[in-house]
Design a protein around this ligand. Structure first.
Ligand SMILES: [Mg+2]
Length: 211
């Protein structure tokens, strides 16, 4: 019998509508060197991957010189931070969902392919950090999603069985990571789908109860 004890959230596209910010920031940095990425490529191929992985893919596929990676990476993070400071704000729907899940005894954590500073700034600005027991960034693991490492580390830190975790994810790389770690997955199309009733509905479905 399934019993869910913890809910682990992805960040981008789940709790923070940051896909567009990452796209804008990366393109602004690439634009300085005369390169652009289409919105289609970003959504279909690159979404949810760390910047370093996106840059390696651009070097392989489009000949971006590797020696530009450190500079592009720094610029991209700086531009992301500017967008976060101007656009990232608390949303009632997410504060309510996390607060109520927590009050009902669920343990909450976050696993993001972003760097630690981005995760911390976004969680602070969205006022969600206080509901989370901990968060993991791509700097806490050796292999980012789609590798299962990040969810495996989170599950062992929670000291629960993989089948007791429900992961909320919005893209293929994250879903693959969570399923390979043995967790259950609630797949969402975007931040607007992440509500208390969607999460509790999935938990009841998994636990075989019908509300
Ligand atoms: Mg995501």
């Amino acid at each position: 019998m399934t019993k869910i004890k913890a809910v682990i959230f992805d960040m981008d596209g789940v709790l923070i509508d940051a896909r567009e910010w990452h796209y804008e920031a990366l393109n602004r940095a690439l634009g300085l060197f005369g390169m652009q990425m289409s919105r289609y490529d970003h959504v279909v191929t690159y979404d949810g991957l760390p910047t370093s992985v996106k840059l390696s893919m651009l070097s392989r596929e489009r000949g971006l010189p590797e020696k530009l990676h450190p500079l592009l990476n720094d610029l991209k993070q700086q531009y992301t931070m500017e967008l976060v400071h101007s656009r990232c704000k608390p949303t009632f729907q997410h504060q309510y969902a996390l607060a109520r899940l927590r009050r009902e005894g669920y343990r909450l954590a976050l696993c993001s392919n972003s760097i630690a500073r981005t995760v911390e700034t976004m969680m602070d600005r969205a006022d969600l950090r206080r509901y989370l027991e901990f968060h993991l960034s791509n700097q806490d693991v050796t292999r980012a999603k789609p590798d299962p490492e990040m969810y495996q580390v989170a599950i062992s830190r929670l000291a629960i069985a993989p089948g007791e975790a429900l992961v909320v994810e919005d893209n293929e790389n994250g879903i693959k990571s969570a399923l390979s770690a043995g967790a259950h997955v609630l797949s969402v199309a975007g931040v607007e789908d992440v509500t208390y009733s969607a999460v509790i509905g999935k938990i009841r479905e998994l636990e075989g109860q019908h509300a």
